[in-house]
Design a protein around this ligand. Sequence first.
Ligand code: TXA
Ligand code: MG
Length: 330
Amino acid sequence: MAVTIKTEILPVCETSVLRAADMLCCGEVVAVPSETVYGLAADATNEQAVLKIFSVKRRPADNPLIVHCDSKNMALTLIKEASSDFNLLADTFWPGPLTIVTTQNGILPSVVTAGGSTVALRVPADDFFKSVITACGVPLAAPSANLSTRVSPTSAKDVLAQLSGIIPLIIDGGDCRVGVESSIIYLSGDTPVLLRPGDITIEELENTLHKKIILPEKNTPTAPGMKYKHYAPRSKITLYSGNDFGKFLKKQSHPFGAVCFEEEIKEIEANVKISFGRFDDVKAQQRMLFSIIKNLDDYLPLHWYIHINNKHSAVYNRLIKAAGGDEFTR
Ligand code: TXA
Ligand code: MG
């Protein structure tokens, strides 16, 4: 029989930092806010605590975790050497929504890295999260605080909906500023590879490194977690990346919903319409993405057409998975 525990929710404050750190140091898991999405944290140096993350999330053991540090200095204690690319990226984008994968030095228990030779590192920008890491004095492993294959949470309420009665503590830091998970760059090969697009774009990364970065679909390795089914609501989703969404929708005969840009919402015809923000407001689209995906199922059963406009974006990367690859370009 599954054991249910009481899930406490605390606000972001000094006392909560100490309370969360206390629990983490005792080997518990705690859901914490970050600027990207909420994370399910555990002491990365404590094998049993890290195993709890896998069991709570029902996460396959071959999917390694991101290790969160309070500073570049803490990150340096976990890796073999800091290449010039590592230094450039860490100095430019940390603290922030960039995860850097590089060769590890074997200090962490192997469950964290799924037995691999590399470790994924990030210094989060969220002050609360960083203070908890500092209070613990150890790096914290933290995947997104959702059940495996489900949508990442961007509010404490989202975490509670999935993990209530399963974890002891959620810290409520409000809505996440970015709304999609961090960009992940792999630095252990000859050329850097963008394993997962996020808020920090490939252009920003290339401009910092002054070199080309390989995109995930063109090369391996990709992040192990990307092979799992993700983000899929029960509703059917089809993406549309052409330039006349209204005309395309007129050709559909079954009842359907449309997720469209603010500029076209008046003109298009659909049974239900949801705005995805303004055409060129990528940041707003990122922030809204996961709540839109979650809301689609409120209208079941419905086939959703979603207008997208940038195939290199974090938004497209998540939506094409939600759509199971179903996309029209004209
Ligand atoms: O924004 C984020 O990155 C959030 C917050 C909480 O920091 N975390 C997050 O973690 O999204 P998660 O576990 O949901 O996604 C991490 C991804 C997975 O696809 C995993 O396979 C990949 O990072 N990953 C972790 N370690 C890796 C490694 N050593 N090499 C390649 N990919 C790795
Ligand atoms: Mg995740």
